[in-house]
Ligand binder design. Structure first.
Ligand SMILES: O=C(O)Cc1cc(O)ccc1O
Ligand SMILES: [Fe+2]
Length: 260
């Protein structure tokens, strides 16, 4: 069985928890949920144990007959850690409009420029959508960040078709993108429903960077490359209507307003 793995390697700064700003003391990823290894050792024979080491961007391999984890204790503060994404406490709109996805940043690797990340790790977990008079899926946009997205499970809220678990998409900076045609049509056919709606059984993530990653030859030649991705927006049509009935904040229908 092949298990897709998404890895982001950054150079320059390290990942850390984002500043919570007006969120205050609690929310998003909590420090207590990051787990680090306890001292532990493995004193056994492992014929042909392969050690892989990365140096200067190149992978080196060596074989040995024992586990490298034969260390009884260590100290220091540069350790691997793991975090269960289901522990994440998401924040969201509670009245109107669609927030910037950076509100769901799990970890950020900052640059010297405030607000401009080398890499933000953002997730789209199950949650309630409650916005009024708002197009709730991600807005159509182009921005200065590059967005690499992956789907871990379920269906992503902006792509009803073609974006499967294990798959990934890349929207380089200033490339316009947004929900596929099916998502757009399904959303507006619900006709401005304002009731809360729970996004269930899904988990997507985004690596968002102010740098432009280069796509390697291996990916470009991969049989998994979706050359027809752009087709997901084919068929988007205008729904402007000059005659459409509107209701203002006082509940007055446009058809009730006398036309001069
Ligand atoms: O493009 C995407 O699907 C990611 C994304 C999600 C969202 O809710 C708002 C903006 C955005 O870039
Ligand atoms: Fe986006």
């Amino acid at each position: 069985m092949e298990i897709p793995v998404d890895v982001a390697e950054i150079f320059g700064t390290h990942f850390r928890l984002p500043d919570l700003g007006p969120i205050g003391a609690n929310g998003l990823a909590a420090p207590r949920d990051f787990l680090v290894p306890k001292a532990w050792y493995e004193d056994a024979s492992y014929p042909n144990y392969t050690i892989v080491q990365k140096f200067g961007g190149v992978l080196f391999m060596a074989k040995q007959d024992f586990s490298p984890f034969n260390v009884v204790a260590w100290h220091g503060n540069y350790v691997p850690y793991k975090y269960d994404l289901s522990k994440f406490c998401p924040f969201n709109t509670v009245l109107f409009d669609h927030g910037d996805p950076s509100i769901n940043t799990v970890l950020t690797a900052p640059t010297d420029k405030p607000g401009v990340a080398l890499l933000d790790f953002v997730i789209f977990p199950p949650r309630w959508l409650v916005a009024e008079n708002t197009f709730r899926p991600p807005y159509y946009h182009r921005n200065c960040m590059t967005e690499f997205m992956g789907l871990i499970r379920g269906v992503y809220e902006a792509k009803q078709d073609g974006f499967l678990p294990g798959g990934a998409s890349l929207h380089s900076c200033m490339t316009p993108h947004g929900p596929d045609t099916k998502t757009f049509e399904a959303t507006i056919s619900r006709n401005e429903v304002n009731e809360p709606f729970r996004i269930e059984g899904t988990l997507a993530f985004m690596f968002e960077s102010s740098l432009i990653p280069r796509v390697c030859q291996w990916a470009l030649e991969s049989p998994g490359l979706d050359k027809d991705y752009y087709q997901c927006w084919i068929g988007l049509k205008s729904h402007f209507s000059h005659n459409k009935e509107t209701v203002d904040e006082n509940g007055t229908k446009s058809s009730d307003i006398p036309q001069s």
